[in-house]
Design a protein around this ligand. Structure first.
Ligand code: UD2
Ligand code: MN
Length: 285
């Protein structure tokens, strides 16, 4: 790529394809942990297009990325995380649409089913090359952790303060993960069988591995996050069956997942910061 200086603050040739490596990256970041209102975010980031789309103005992006936040009753975390993420994605010259996918009460939180619903609904609203599933409470601490998809899936949240900035366990694949649309279709998405806390992330990883994918990770200094302190939510109690269900992961994967998820869309709203999708999930079906 030819990159030349157009002006003092534009390091990218206008109208060309965005460079593989953005010249705006700065590396390690301190993170911002103060409460921030939705109104303040809208004021701070006027360049977010309607429905939570962020696009580089100076070049043509290589991929269209959907950011999915599985959500219930965590508005404080969501907005602090967005405050940190948006400037990073802007510096990365990423084309991103934010989706908040809220599971309506009272059913037990089912992150796997919620993510399947999010994927199907996002695909109806716009075709995406790349998906990032992002916990609402993880604050990125390095902008070189590039949000983009390759042929193999990537684990982003490798080094988290809660786990002393070390890989939690060798097969950990939680918190923030990214993969292409093709990857997700090939593995039949997430399992819908994990009610409450735990196991669904390990199941997703097992599905990817069984289809021959290798999980990518940047080094610990780069793939760094801070988790906002929290207790376990009501309606997301630890699932005592999680390890038993996980044992049959590979046997089930083609017959249970994205192709069997049952949900109802209750509402879709287009806001400046995000596309908000409320769904009900009937866990007993
Ligand atoms: C870990 C994983 C997470 C998930 C979970 C097990 C890491 C870094 N994270 O997170 O990806 O697999 O274990 O289920 O390994 N949420 C709500 N409202 C709720 C419940 C959950 O919004 O009532 C969402 C929210 O995006 C949250 C995420 O689900 O960040 C995971 O829940 P958590 O943060 O309570 O669980 P945690 O930190 O143990
Ligand atoms: Mn958490």
């Amino acid at each position: 790529e030819i990159m030349h200086f157009v002006s003092n603050d534009t390091l990218v040739a206008k109208d060309s394809v965005c460079p593989e490596k953005s010249p705006y990256l700065v590396g390690a970041l301190a993170g911002m942990f103060e409460n921030v209102t939705k109104e303040k975010l809208i004021e701070e980031f006027p360049y977010l297009k309607t429905c939570g789309r962020l696009r580089p103005s100076e070049c043509a992006p290589r991929q269209k990325i959907a950011f999915i936040f599985p959500y219930r009753n965590r508005s404080r975390h969501l907005h602090i995380t967005l405050y940190n993420l948006i400037p990073i994605l802007k510096r990365q010259l990423a084309d991103v649409t934010f989706f908040v996918v809220e599971q309506a009460p009272p059913s037990t939180f089912n992150k796997g089913a919620l993510l399947n619903a999010a994927f199907l609904e996002a695909e109806k609203l716009g075709h995406f090359d790349c998906y990032v599933f992002h916990d609402v409470d993880l604050i990125p601490l390095n902008d070189k952790n590039l949000y983009k998809c390759e042929s193999n899936p990537r684990h982003y949240a490798v080094a988290i303060d809660k786990y002393d900035f070390e890989l939690y366990y060798q097969s950990h694949f939680g918190g923030v993960v990214g993969f292409s649309k093709e990857n997700y279709l090939k593995v039949n998405g997430n399992s819908n069988l994990y009610l409450g806390w735990g196991g669904e992330d390990d199941d997703f990883r097992a599905r990817l591995v069984s289809k021959g994918y290798n999980i990518l990770r940047y080094p610990l200094e780069i793939a760094r996050y801070n988790m906002i302190k929290h207790t376990r939510d009501n309606g997301n109690e630890v699932n005592p069956l999680r390890r038993v269900i996980l044992k049959s992961s590979n046997k089930r994967q083609d017959i249970e997942g994205l192709n069997t998820v049952k949900y109802k869309v209750l509402n879709i709203t287009c806001e400046p910061l995000y596309t908000w999708i409320t769904v009900s999930i009937n866990n007993t079906e």
